[in-house]
Structures are given as structure tokens and as C-alpha cells.
Design a protein around this ligand. Structure first.
Ligand code: ZN
Length: 523
């Protein structure tokens, strides 16, 4: 062998040795546990950090924590957040534009999941059911199911929309809580009767344990502490029903455990998906606002409950076999009166006042008539029959209404349908969020935006639903096989969750996804 060839061979060997071995593909999770805490604003994770010692600590210490995750759409409400979570789609594609909207076809207001072609199962007889039929796109669960195999997909929450929308069209079941019958229910869209394990939960009547219970501060040293409220005795909107107490979350967690056992989740050859949305935080938050001690308290209790669920999942599915993803569906604004007291901007804009302004202007310009259909003042629907009968230009009518809305001193912007659909919006993040939140066939004829910290309607408590950061900044944490733990400060969208899960699981990304794969946290 010549020296030259030997050198060449040696260098090839050296190069081969030095090349890093390709990373072994991460173990496919047996279960995806997809958790939403309703109205859990980003800062709740850090503000109460010293009080957490369980689930949130585990997520923060062992998971990939995204500190700058936002929703892309303007209408930051429950149905929209939950539809984004595992679809990666914006409302402009998914069609889920709000919790409810005016359906021009049936001439009635419908919820995001209202489905009169289905019936409620497990609750009161002959009640219309709910289904994902209005969701126009697929979810991660749908993509797994479409691949075939034995994977199961289950959704659980107190709210129907929060159980149904993340789970998707091909889910084996979605279960929510019917207050009027104090029972877990589903609809005939999924099945004709509750599975035995769910029937058993209802037979045990778990709510009975909480009747008359006092919600005491979690860290109260003794029983002498003043309770926040007593179950069944409504105080400032909390404890009036089981949903508006920490026990509502306990019932969700218990039901999720029963679903894991009842459906053998994590024990199929394909990856199963369980979506769990904790709703009680939202009911409490609406009633008292983010600065009330009971919000801190329910956050601490949520930490303990998440810890319990994660431990249960590990026991059943085996440590390291579950991919957990955690986020919130939206944030929340401070209570306007709390803000006013601390010299911060904010206030309330009565719906009726805004509607009156628009109605007066339309009547003055086009003559008497019912120009606006019943609905929320911020996204009004015009009476198209009246516009047609007067042979008016729809865009012109929209403009008159928008100008009238802008005469209110705390309305920041008023977009018309015509402007949004033709891209004539201010080119900033808010203009983009309004556009991404708009679906022409369903959305209202105007999108009226208040100044930051202002709320439409209401006299007490607070709300959410704007494109401002207090409403759209939420935590995202991934935890499990293939995830590189750490803190990730790059700006990401909640829409990135679904394509990332699809990439990890090796399935097609959901049909309407606009997100990117969060490769920075993948091992
Ligand atoms: Zn919500």
C-alpha cells in the first residue's frame, strides 16, 4: 500500500470516528397529556412560584418552559384558545371565532360546539348535544387517528367546548359537566351511552362531598381562618356552583384519572391523547380578578392537583412514557375598579351605550329600522335583509356604524368587515391579530376594540378577549421523552404546540396549522 493511499485511508477512518453518531430517535410517548388551565395568565406561574411545590415545580424544573408564548388571534376567549391548542390553526382558518356567534344560516346565536343534530348523553333527557362539527380543521388527535392503529383520544373538562375542541373530530369521547343534572355527560356525536366507568363516577355523586364545604385559604394554619366562600352560598360569584370553586378542578382531575383507567390510556400500541382543561380558575378569576387572594389560592391548589395527576399518570403509564404539554387558553384583565384605585387606566364600556350610538347613527343616515341583530356590541352583525331592502352598500353601512363606535372616547379602533377582508387594516400586531381572528362566513360586520384595560359590559369582576398582552400571553411547558429541559425566551405562538407534537409523534401536522416546530427544545 502506498503511503499516500494509507494516509487517505487513515484520514477516512479518522473522519468516520470523529463524526458524531446520529441521535437515537426519541422514544415515542405512550400518552400525550395535554393540559389547559383556563385563564391561567403567564405571570401566575412566576408570581406565586414560591408557593408552588408540586406540579408546576415539576414542569418548570424538568420541562421546556417557554416564557414568551402568545396567541396570534385577537379574540382571546375560551373556545378560540382551546381550538388553537391542538390544531395550531387561527380562527381565520379553524372557523372557531368566539365562544358564540350569530349564525346567519339558522338565524340564531350558536355556541362554538352547539350541535342540534346530536343529543346530550348522561344528563337530562332530550337536551341538544355538543360536538366539534363547527371546527373546520383537524387536531393532533385526529391526525393520529387518521393514521390508523389503536390509539385513543379523550377530552375532559367542566366546559363542553374545552373538552371537545382540543380532542377533535375523531375523538373516542369528550366528557364535560352538566350543572343542571350534576353529572358528567357526553353527546350522541361520540356514543349513545356513557361508558361504564363514567356511569360509575356519576353514581358515586362526587359533588355531594362538597355541599356546604368552606373554601379556606390553602396555607391557613388552623381552622380559624376566614373562608373565601361556602359552597352553595354565592359570594361575589364564587362558590355559587361547583364550577366556581377549587373543587370543580378536583372533580375534573378525579374524572381524568378514571378515564385513564377506564380507557386504558397509555397502554395501546399507538400513542393515546388525553386532553384535560381545568375550568374553575376561569370562573373564580372572572368573579374576583387577578389581584384577589382567592386567585393565588386556586393557583396553589392547581399546582397540587397537577402534581397528583402527573404522579398518577407515571404510576399507570410508567415514568418517562408520557409527553405533557401545558398551557392556558387566554389571560385576563385586572378589575377596572382595582386599576382605577391604583391610578392605572381602565374602565367599563356599557354594551347598550355602544349599541345605541351605532343604532342612532344608522337610523339618522339610512332611516328607521332594526339595523343591528341581537348580539355583543363589540362584534355586531348588521341586518342584511334591511340593507338589501333599502338597496344600500353593505360596506357603507359598516363604515357608518364604525364611525359611530369611534365616538366613544375609550374605543381604540373599529374595523369593518370590508376593511379586514381586503387587508385594509393598520399594519401592526393588533391589525394582524384582528385579521387572523376573522372568518368571513361567521364573523360579525365590525370588530370594535377598546383601549387597554377597558371592558365591555358588566358591573363587577373582570374579563378577557382582547389582543393585548394581559389576554394573550400564556405559559407553555413541554415535559417528557425527547424534550430538552430549560427556559426558552424566544417569542413563540401557542399555534406552535400542535405542529411540534405532530413532529414528535411522526404524524401529519393538523390541517389548519400555522405554527412552527419548536426544534430548539427537541433532543
Ligand atoms: Zn377560558
Amino acid at each position: 500500500m502506498s503511503r499516500a493511499i494509507r494516509t487517505l485511508l487513515l484520514s477516512v477512518v479518522t473522519v468516520t470516528v470523529l463524526l458524531p453518531a446520529p441521535p437515537a430517535p426519541a422514544k415515542k410517548p405512550k400518552l400525550v397529556l395535554a393540559i389547559v388551565v383556563d385563564q391561567f395568565r403567564y405571570d401566575y406561574l412566576l408570581r406565586f412560584r414560591q408557593d408552588y411545590n408540586s406540579g408546576f415545580v415539576r414542569l418548570l424544573q424538568q420541562g421546556a418552559f417557554f416564557t414568551d408564548a402568545h396567541y396570534l388571534h385577537a379574540t382571546t376567549v375560551t373556545a378560540v384558545g382551546h381550538s388553537t391548542f391542538l390544531s395550531g390553526a387561527t380562527p381565520s382558518i379553524s372557523g372557531i371565532i368566539a365562544n358564540e356567534w350569530y349564525d346567519r344560516e339558522s338565524a340564531q346565536t350558536v355556541t362554538s360546539v352547539f350541535d342540534p343534530s346530536s343529543k346530550l348523553v348522561g344528563g337530562l333527557a332530550d337536551k341538544p348535544g355538543s360536538s366539534p362539527r363547527r371546527l373546520l380543521v383537524s387536531t393532533v388527535g385526529d391526525e393520529i387517528k387518521m393514521q390508523g392503529g389503536d390509539s385513543k383520544v379523550i377530552g375532559v373538562s367542566i366546559k363542553d367546548r374545552s373538552a371537545i375542541l382540543p380532542a377533535g373530530h375523531m375523538a373516542d369521547g369528550a366528557y364535560w359537566y352538566a350543572d343542571e343534572s350534576n353529572a358528567w355527560v357526553t353527546s350522541t356525536y361520540y356514543r349513545s351511552a356513557l361508558p361504564e366507568w363514567a356511569k360509575k363516577v356519576n353514581q358515586e355523586e362526587p359533588y355531594k362531598a362538597y355541599i356546604g364545604a368552606k373554601w379556606l385559604p390553602y396555607d391557613a394554619a388552623d381552622g380559624s381562618a376566614k373562608p373565601f366562600c361556602t359552597m352553595g352560598v354565592s359570594k361575589a360569584g364564587i362558590c355559587g356552583s361547583i364550577e366556581a370553586t377549587p373543587w370543580g378542578n378536583e372533580m375534573i382531575e378525579e374524572f381524568a384519572e378514571r378515564a385513564i383507567d377506564g380507557e386504558d390510556l397509555g397502554r395501546h400500541s399507538g400513542t393515546d391523547v388525553l386532553t384535560v382543561s381545568f375550568s374553575a380558575n376561569d370562573y373564580v378569576g372572572h368573579a374576583v380578578g387577578p389581584d384577589d387572594p382567592s386567585v393565588r389560592d386556586i393557583s396553589i391548589r392547581t399546582d397540587r392537583l397537577l402534581g397528583k395527576l402527573l404522579t398518577f399518570v407515571d404510576q399507570r403509564v410508567g415514568t418517562g412514557n408520557t409527553l405533557v404539554v401545558f398551557t392556558a387558553d387566554h389571560g385576563v384583565a385586572p378589575v377596572p375598579e382595582v386599576n382605577a384605585a391604583r391610578k392605572m387606566p381602565g374602565g367599563r364600556i356599557p354594551d347598550a351605550e355602544l349599541i345605541q350610538k351605532m343604532t342612532t347613527a344608522l337610523t339618522k343616515r339610512f332611516g328607521p329600522g332594526k339595523w343591528l341583530l341581537p348580539g355583543p356590541a363589540a362584534t355586531p352583525y348588521l341586518n342584511l335583509e334591511l340593507i338589501d331592502s333599502h338597496k344600500l352598500d353593505r360596506a357603507e353601512v359598516e363604515r357608518v356604524a364604525a364611525e359611530a363606535a369611534l365616538t366613544d372616547s375609550h374605543i381604540a379602533r373599529a374595523y369593518t368587515r370590508e376593511d379586514i377582508l381586503n387587508g385594509r387594516v393598520q399594519q401592526d400586531t393588533i391589525g394582524r391579530a384582528v385579521t387572523l381572528g376573522f372568518y368571513g362566513r361567521r364573523s360579525g360586520d365590525l370588530y370594535i376594540l377598546q383601549e387597554p384595560y377597558y371592558l365591555f359590559g358588566g358591573t363587577t369582576g373582570t374579563s378577557h378577549g382582547t389582543p393585548y398582552t394581559y389576554d394573550n400571553h400564556v405559559p407553555i411547558v413541554f415535559l417528557g421523552p425527547g424534550i430538552r429541559p430549560g427556559t426558552y425566551s424566544r417569542t413563540v405562538a401557542v399555534n406552535d404546540i400542535a405542529p411540534t407534537l405532530a413532529a414528535i409523534l411522526g404524524v401529519t401536522e393538523p390541517s389548519g396549522s400555522v405554527g412552527r416546530v419548536l426544534t430548539e427544545m427537541l433532543q
